[in-house]
Design a binder for this molecule. Structure first.
Ligand code: ADP
Ligand code: MG
Length: 224
């Protein structure tokens, strides 16, 4: 049995068409059922639903043979204690595309704060990526770890800036925040447990090839 770890929402929704292109159908709808283990039309393949940030943990420790996780999640995971374990990353799926950016209140002058070498209070879920980014720029920051609703931090005075994911920018706009710096382009990646790849080489290889073909076909369709 092969176990594929996905997170509910965007990652699940964007992975479904890639699976479908490979002839794989998930037989339960996670929005309608409370099941965490979903059967597929392939008797040898099941899907488990985990938190987005838990996908690398499941795959690294063999709770799942492979999974789909955003680059944002993979980078934070790798920087955690124990997060440096082996994870084979064969493929950029090109789904759940967004960018990691710095945003501030409209009335905060980020450029001059940076120029003047001020200490900037930055709230984020992505403390590792943020620390690296500001260290590389030589900007002094106090990082405040949050787990969600980052947009609130500058509005309440908790922080001067946030590091968060942006796609259309409408969430920032709705909260009167502006994107002042791009840090990283983000998309979801396929990750595979290396031991699984040895032990279940044939079926896993076939599945990875299926994903690869689906990604290539979609890219060709988009170019046409
Ligand atoms: P969660 O809120 O549990 O982190 P999401 O579905 O919001 O779950 O995010 C899952 C992944 O989708 C993120 O790790 C990121 O890679 C990607 N993602 C997050 N926000 C966006 C966005 N606005 N647009 C596109 N992809 C996003
Ligand atoms: Mg989210």
């Amino acid at each position: 049995m092969i176990t594929l770890a996905l997170s509910k929402g965007r990652i699940f929704d964007d992975t479904l068409p890639l699976l479908a292109a490979a002839g794989i159908e998930v037989l339960d709808d996670p929005e309608k059922s409370r099941k965490l283990i979903l059967a597929t039309n392939r008797p040898g393949l099941r899907v488990v639903l985990v938190r987005a940030s838990d996908v690398p943990t499941y795959v690294q420790h063999g709770g799942a043979d492979l999974g789909v996780a955003g680059l944002d999640v993979l980078l934070e995971h790798a920087a955690q204690p124990g997060g440096g374990g082996p994870l084979y990353r064969p493929l950029d799926l090109g789904i759940a595309r967004c960018r990691m950016s710095v945003a501030t209140r409209r009335d905060f002058d980020y450029a001059s704060a940076v120029r003047q070498g001020s200490r900037i209070r930055v709230a984020t879920k992505y403390t590792h990526a943020a620390r690296e980014h500001f260290a590389a720029k030589g900007v002094h920051v106090d990082l405040i770890k949050l787990y969600g609703s980052m947009e609130l931090a500058p509005l309440t005075g908790l922080a001067d800036a946030i590091v968060d994911l942006v796609s259309t920018g409408s969430t920032l706009k709705a909260n009167d925040l502006v994107e002042v710096e791009r840090i990283l382009d983000v998309s979801a990646r396929l990750v595979v447990n290396p031991a699984s790849l040895k032990l279940q080489r044939e079926p896993l290889r076939a599945l990875i090839d299926g994903f690869e073909a689906a990604v290539a076909a979609r890219a060709a369709g988009a170019a046409a």
